[in-house]
Design a protein around this ligand. Structure first.
Ligand code: FAD
Length: 341
């Protein structure tokens, strides 16, 4: 069989990292990315990009932990390289604070991040409304720089990228041997997945260079995440809302909540407001499917539905998606050699 042609649909963090893993694992493949939007116009560009996982109720914890470990190890290596600043990857230390001691004092990811420990009394004095807290160091991806870095590396390996809206995955069957669906919330329409729903999120990006530590309220709703150039303030989670318009009342509410955690933010400048739709599902859809029409077959690998945790687990799910692409190629090679007999 000639070099298998693989199309990846989607150019958010999941599509780009999946294309990267396919190229790394199967260098003989010809990989093309098709997407109706590229950075800076994807949901991934809106994300704060912090590596703090959310739990997917429909996926076993050990699987989620492995995805997080793979992602952490990959980004940690970048953060320790000369590529770190161009890739927008950096270590950040800080605090997750709780008004009451949480049921689960040791989250499943506590031994993956660095130096996870209960906060000391002296640290808790900074947060008079909170009674318990955890201190740790994790990683943050700044977007768009990370997406642009991935795009640049993919282009250097010969990956083609085209702006194209795919109406139906089957439309690609005459051009490609395998199709990988990384359409994020777009998969709702693309493959009619009714289990996929938007969770709208609004965040602010502000200039506050004195803020160096992250602060996250234990409920995950209010957070302050310093990036290399700007600080992300969040946030909101509105299930089922498809609106991409910023809401001024919400902007004020986010700002006030963040100032109650870090009063110095009252001096922040140049507030930018961003809105995105988290592609949410009970579990990430990471599986093979064989489309078939009139005896013609098209193997598809789905990799979407990362919800609030696309950055926290993108590399882990991309590795698994690449493995599934390998299975599709092996099956195609098996059927083409049987046909020759
Ligand atoms: P997307 O980035 O949406 O990419 C999908 C791609 O598919 C796009 O390029 C789109 O144009 C393309 N596409 C869709 N349909 C089609 C079609 N029919 N044809 C062609 N192309 C198509 N996660 C974290 O881990 N940490 C965080 O701190 C964090 N903060 C967040 C804050 C906010 C406010 C929001 C909204 C999300 C946050 N997330 C965070 C979640 C994270 O953003 C998502 O999980 C992640 O971006 C999903 O990536 P994706 O590549 O699947 O989707």
């Amino acid at each position: 069989m000639a070099a298998p042609k693989v199309a990846v649909v989607g150019a958010g963090v999941v599509g780009l990292s999946t294309a990267m893993c396919i190229v790394e694992t199967y260098p003989s493949c010809s990989v093309t990315i098709l997407s109706d939007q590229f950075s800076p116009n994807t949901t991934s560009d809106v994300a704060a990009g912090m590596l703090i996982p959310h739990t997917h109720p429909g996926t076993p914890i050990h699987v989620q932990k492995q995805w997080f470990k793979d992602t952490f190890a990959y980004l940690f290596a970048i953060s320790n390289s000369a590529e770190a600043s161009e890739a927008g990857i950096h270590l950040v230390s800080g605090w997750q604070v709780f008004k009451n001691t949480p049921k689960e004092e040791l989250p499943f990811w506590s031994d993956v991040v660095l130096g996870f420990r209960p906060m000391s009394k002296a640290e808790l004095q900074k947060f008079p409304q909170h009674r318990f807290g955890q201190a740790f160091t994790t990683l943050k991806c700044d977007c768009p720089p990370y997406l642009l870095w991935l795009e640049k590396r993919l282009k250097a390996t010969g990956v083609q990228m085209y702006t194209r809206k795919v109406a139906d995955l089957w439309d690609l069957h005459s051009e490609y041997n395998v199709v990988v669906n990384c359409a994020g919330i777009g998969a709702h329409q693309l493959v009619g997945d009714e289990k996929l729903f938007p969770v709208r999120g609004q965040v602010l990006r502000v200039h506050a260079p004195w803020v160096k530590n992250f602060i996250r309220d234990g409920d995950g709703l209010t957070y302050i995440y310093p990036g290399i150039h700007r600080v992300t303030l969040g946030g909101t989670r509105t299930e089922g809302s498809w609106s991409l318009s910023p809401d001024p009342g919400t902007t004020k509410d986010i700002f006030d909540r963040c100032c109650s955690l870090e009063p110095s933010l009252r001096g922040a400048e140049d507030v930018q407001v961003k809105v995105g739709l988290r592609p949410s599902r009970q579990c990430v859809r990471l599986q093979r499917e064989l489309l078939s029409q009139g005896g013609v077959k098209l193997p598809v690998v789905h990799n979407y539905g990362h919800g609030s945790g696309g950055f926290s687990m993108h590399r882990g799910t991309a590795k698994e998606a690449a493995r599934l692409v390998g299975e599709c190629i092996a099956a195609l090679e098996g059927s083409s050699s049987r046909a020759k007999l």
